[in-house]
Design a protein around this ligand. Structure first.
Ligand SMILES: [Zn+2]
Length: 688
């Protein structure tokens, strides 16, 4: 059966696929040119020998072009700098204010812009500032260093008409959809990949429900865009050749409007190759088009190969091709396509994010028609009556609702992926076993869903596994809960609280303003009721904490607790031990809390470092929440001095070297047991 309806690429595509693979490998080793050229040489030689001379020439030419384009970055000398250049990105909003990449005559710089700076990609600008930082990369693009810009002025629009048109489309979408919130913000994402107005928690919900590929303009919109253009042009666009020419002319405009979003780039280049083929009378097979697009793109812009958006887009396209040809009943076709796309991206999702949503094919089946209709209404609303855009935004709001709803559904890792992939394969390959396979899958899913609810100890403390950051649930028993910090991720925090069935927090303590403690707290808004907040937003400030305070309802009191202040939480008492004074470092400014029951005590120490630790003399506790994710910023004598027999380190994947081996060894040598959340998951500390 399967051999009659090949789901795998036909033999003719194999050299193309091999070439695409070689191109990706080349891009991966792009920092070292000798092996890269060697890798290009192999397929070129092989293709030439097999009579694919044209492909060989393309590979060689693009390889050489990339080689010629690569030049080592020389850092911008520190000191005053002024000049003219072109905006290489839009103005982006960062943790410390707006910034952008600006291409000056002798290379790109990362510009920290004044708070009121307005400019679009492609604009010509003049700037005056102070060069400070080291070279680095932003969104995969290299720059020569950071410049703190003092004077900033737009002196002209883009020199390229394509970019101007793209900017005009983008501006039209932004103005027509203002205010960019909720469904309106998501529709701007569907249309041109403008994600400025999408709240972090909604973006996260889209990811966790398996819908993130829609958030910033899906590759499938390229086809939609072309269709709209052909319809709009009416009789001018009749005939395959004219259409091909028009398509080739307008594709770059769409790519510019969507800021060369990797998925659009992939789909546009594929559409372009298909149209060009039609123009010269060559019909290309889908696998050849995908391979050629990958080869061209990664050789022209090798950084793309490490871009998750590009990887996911290519994998999804390949998955759709396999799914569309899978030998099954035609009624199951939409399902096999959805499953194909998800199976294609699954390993990448797990590699990048650690988890993937188990039921994303189902969520996608439900969302895809809504997204498509919303996008079409949005397009009509951009060129015609605004009511269409409003209707489109309403539908996008529905997609958002679905995403939020499905974001709490089970997520699976590598093991879950292997299990579900085997079950799906069995379902399609062995029709006679379908009933049994379906029952097994249902049972496994039920176990996954039901197994998610847990009972927090009462009284007790749960140091939640929320990645690199702190989020600590304190349960006083009898439904009395407090939360100390929210971790870096709203959705992880909310799913953890849901797991323990926590709907109300009497007290929320934000130890200090850093994002790995504050960013997750925004997830509480509108989902978990909060009685009171203890925080100290001054003298240090950060965007993540400001966002939380901004969103917090006006009737929730926010208090800066003083040392010695207490909170009774069921059978537990929380006592403030620090900060003792104003510190220069936000970490030292952490609110330090002792949690005590009649039987045990636990010290929650925020991120305090040596200076604050040395001033907190004589604190002792049975359990220690190790400060600052176990970083080597602690006074080792102080750590030992707390005298705990159990030390808990909340930590996740990070580049800071947390936790330090020295800290762990010191704690273990002093006779304590050390638990870390990245190894054991949630660490439950009974306090009874
Ligand atoms: Zn921290």
């Amino acid at each position: 059966m399967i051999s009659e309806h090949p789901a795998l690429p036909p033999p003719v595509s194999r050299p193309w696929l091999a070439c695409a693979g070689a191109a990706c490998a080349t891009a991966f080793v792009v920092s070292s040119w000798a092996p890269a050229l060697f890798l290009v040489a192999i397929p070129v030689l092989w293709l030439s020998l097999r009579g694919h001379a044209v492909v060989a020439m393309i590979v060689t030419a693009t390889g050489l072009a990339v080689w010629g384009a690569s030049a080592p970055v020389d850092p911008v000398p520190p000191g005053p700098i002024s000049g003219q250049g072109m905006m290489a990105t839009d103005v982006l909003s960062g943790r410390y204010g707006p910034y952008a990449l600006i291409a000056l005559e002798d290379g790109a710089i990362l510009a920290d812009l004044p708070p009121d700076a307005v400019a679009a990609r492609g604009d010509l600008v003049r700037l005056d500032g102070l060069a400070t930082g080291e070279p680095g990369t932003v969104g995969g693009r290299q720059h020569r260093g950071t410049v703190r810009v003092r004077q900033f002025e737009v002196i002209g629009g883009p020199t390229s008409p394509i970019m101007s048109l793209g900017n005009a489309i983008r501006e039209r979408v932004a103005t027509r959809l203002t205010p960019l919130v909720g469904g309106r913000a998501l529709l701007a994402g569907f249309l041109v990949g403008n994600t400025d107005g999408i709240a972090a928690i909604d973006e996260e919900a889209m990811r966790r429900s398996g819908l993130s590929h829609f958030t910033a303009v899906s590759g499938s919109n390229v086809a939609l865009f072309l269709a709209v253009v052909f319809i709009a042009l009416g009789p001018i666009g009749v005939g395959p050749r004219r259409r091909a020419v028009i398509g080739l002319l307008v594709l770059p405009v769409f790519a510019a409007a969507t800021r060369f979003e990797p998925s659009v780039l992939r789909a546009s280049v594929m559409a372009g190759i298909g149209l060009a083929g039609r123009l010269v009378g060559v019909s290309l097979e889908a696998w050849q088009i995908l391979s050629a697009a990958v080869i061209g793109l990664v050789l022209l812009e090798p950084e793309l190969v490490t871009n998750p958006g590009f990887q996911l887009s290519v994998a999804a396209a390949a998955g759709v091709m396999v799914g569309a040809r899978w030998p099954v009943d035609r009624r199951l076709r939409t399902l096999t396509v959805a499953i194909g796309a998800q199976v294609g991206v699954a390993p990448l999702l797990i590699a990048h994010f650690g988890l993937m949503p188990l039921l994303s094919p189902l969520v996608n089946l439900a969302a895809a028609p809504m997204v498509a209709l919303s996008t079409v209404l949005g397009v009509v609303g951009m060129v015609g009556p605004g009511q269409f855009a409003t209707a489109g935004a309403w539908l996008a709001g529905l997609v958002l609702w679905l995403a939020r709803f499905a974001s709490g559904w089970p997520q699976i890792g590598w093991l879950g992926l292997l299990t579900s992939a085997s079950l799906v394969l069995l379902f399609f390959v062995l029709p006679r076993l379908r009933g049994g396979v379906a029952v097994t899958a249902g049972l496994l899913a039920a176990v996954l869903i039901l197994g998610q609810s847990e009972q927090p100890p009462s009284p007790g403390v749960v140091v939640l596994d929320v990645g690199q950051g702190d989020a600590i649930l304190v349960s006083g028993g009898g439904g009395h809960y407090a939360l100390v910090d929210g971790g870096p991720d709203p959705v992880r925090l909310i799913s953890a609280l849901r797991r323990y069935r926590v709907n109300r927090l009497e007290l929320v303590i934000l130890t200090h303003v850093h994002a790995d403690h504050a960013a997750g707290l925004t997830g509480l808004i509108g989902r978990v009721s909060v009685g009171e907040v203890w925080a100290d937003p001054e003298p240090h400030r950060a965007a993540a904490a400001d966002e939380f305070f901004r969103l917090l309802a006006v009737d929730v009191p926010v208090e800066r607790p003083s040392v010695g202040q207490q909170w009774a939480l069921g059978e537990l008492t929380l006592t403030v031990e620090g900060p003792l004074r104003r510190y220069a470092s936000p970490n030292d400014q952490s609110i330090v809390v002792m949690v005590e029951s009649a039987a045990r005590s636990m010290l929650l120490s925020g991120d305090i470092e040596e200076i604050a630790q040395r001033e907190l003399v004589g604190l002792r506790a049975d359990v220690l929440k190790v400060p600052h994710h176990g970083a080597r910023t602690s006074d080792l004598d102080w750590l030992v001095g707390v005298g705990s027999d159990l030390a808990v380190i909340p930590v996740g994947p990070n580049d800071f070297g947390h936790p330090s081996d020295m800290v762990i060894e010191t704690l273990e040598d002093s006779g304590g047991v050390v638990h870390r959340t990245d190894v054991t998951g949630d660490v439950v500390v009974p306090m009874g």
